[in-house]
Design a binder for this molecule. Structure first.
Ligand code: PEP
Ligand code: MN
Length: 349
């Protein structure tokens, strides 16, 4: 159930409603929007209904949430978009983000060089995998803790927030030491124990759509994170399995506008893993940005042909500045602007 408070409701009235909802064993999630405060009551609908909260001081109305994904639904925010704040950068609403970096942290030189180049080109955040989900157990699995250390160094040098994947809840502690955003990969989208742990960590999360998952399943997965009180979740369309074999996956661009009807959460797109081919990354990025995506996560490597992992799809770092410029223009078509570092003002004694 969704308890919509009056604009004039006092803090005391809010707390009273929360206490009453909790007294029947339901969980409460307060969502303070710009205009309205809503209390989501998650639990037995009958028990909450019996409280007859309509008419209670401060309460405007009580509305059932019809979707199975309650906290992720656009209904709970009355159509208002969620804007995530990550290391001083904004993502969502009018704010477009470019998250860029190598597939995998391979070496100090490769990581720091890429971080410097994407930073100079205006990237919003730096991505790089230390723990890699690989189809083959014999393939390189990532540098693990050493990879995390290199990501920390990249952050120290550029100030870029770090996006990196956690595959196992046992690695969450070291990952939390460097990650500004925890990525849950496509193959773990329905790892509910991991999602709950990521939710409890409170750290912003980037949740990728499973290879064969429906949008509703993606939102139910996001709900596991949100349910733990973590409101900073972005969803990522990264291509799904279809019968087509000419490219790695099929990028589902319609997921962007449709997810935006279903949820208030920001939606970003990964053209690299969808395409599996470098030549498709630019056109798909432009299409995604123009279709209203809140950001792009893209793979960039100083020498893609030498990359240990996903060599065919990584953009060469020396082409990245041009890439950002064009994607930025496409995002502007959808009314979005790339976050820009504020100009440092000199101080005059
Ligand atoms: C990745 O972004 O590094 C990755 C492995 O992506 P996905 O989980 O979408 O395959
Ligand atoms: Mn990759």
């Amino acid at each position: 159930m969704m308890i919509v408070m009056k604009a004039t409701a006092t803090e005391q009235e809010l707390q009273t409603v929360i206490a009453r909802v909790q007294s029947v064993g339901a969980r409460t999630h307060m969502i303070r929007g710009d205009e309205l405060t809503v209390i989501g009551a998650i639990g037995d609908r009958e028990h909450v209904a019996r409280l007859e909260l309509e008419g209670t001081p401060g309460v405007d109305r009580v509305v059932p949430i019809l979707k199975p994904y309650k906290l992720a639904s656009s209904q709970i925010k009355h159509g208002e978009r969620s804007v995530l704040e990550i290391g001083g950068r904004k993502l969502g609403g009018p704010h477009f983000a470019v998250i860029a970096g190598p597939c995998t942290v391979e070496s100090r030189e490769q990581t720091l060089q890429t971080a410097r180049i994407v930073h100079e080109a205006g990237a919003t955040m730096f991505r790089g995998g230390a723990y890699k989900p690989r189809t083959s157990p014999y393939a390189f699995q990532g540098l693990g803790q050493e990879g995390l250390r290199l990501l920390a160094e990249a952050k120290a040098q550029t100030g870029l927030p770090i996006v990196t994947e956690v595959m196992d809840a046992r690695d969450l502690e070291p990952v939390l030491e460097v990650a500004d955003v925890i990525q849950v990969g496509a193959r773990n989208m329905q790892n509910y124990a991991l999602l709950s742990e990521v939710g409890r960590s409170g750290r912003p999360a980037l949740l990728k759509r499973g290879l064969s998952s429906t949008l509703e399943e993606l939102l139910m997965a996001a709900e596991y994170i949100l349910k733990e009180g973590n409101e900073s979740v972005m969803l990522c369309e990264r291509g799904i399995r279809t019968f087509e074999t000419a490219y790695r996956f099929t990028l589902d661009l319609m997921a962007i506008p449709v997810l935006k009807q279903m949820t208030h959460l920001p939606v970003i797109v990964d053209p690299s893993h969808a395409a599996g081919r470098r030549d498709l990354v630019m056109p798909m990025s432009l299409a995604a940005a123009a279709a209203g995506a809140d950001g792009i996560i893209v793979e960039v490597h100083p020498r893609p042909d030498e990359a240990i992992c996903d060599a065919a799809q990584q953009l060469p770092a020396d082409e990245f500045a041009d890439y950002v410029e064009r994607v930025q223009a496409a995002a502007a078509v959808a009314g979005k602007a790339l976050w820009e570092a504020p100009m440092t003002t000199g101080s005059f004694g």
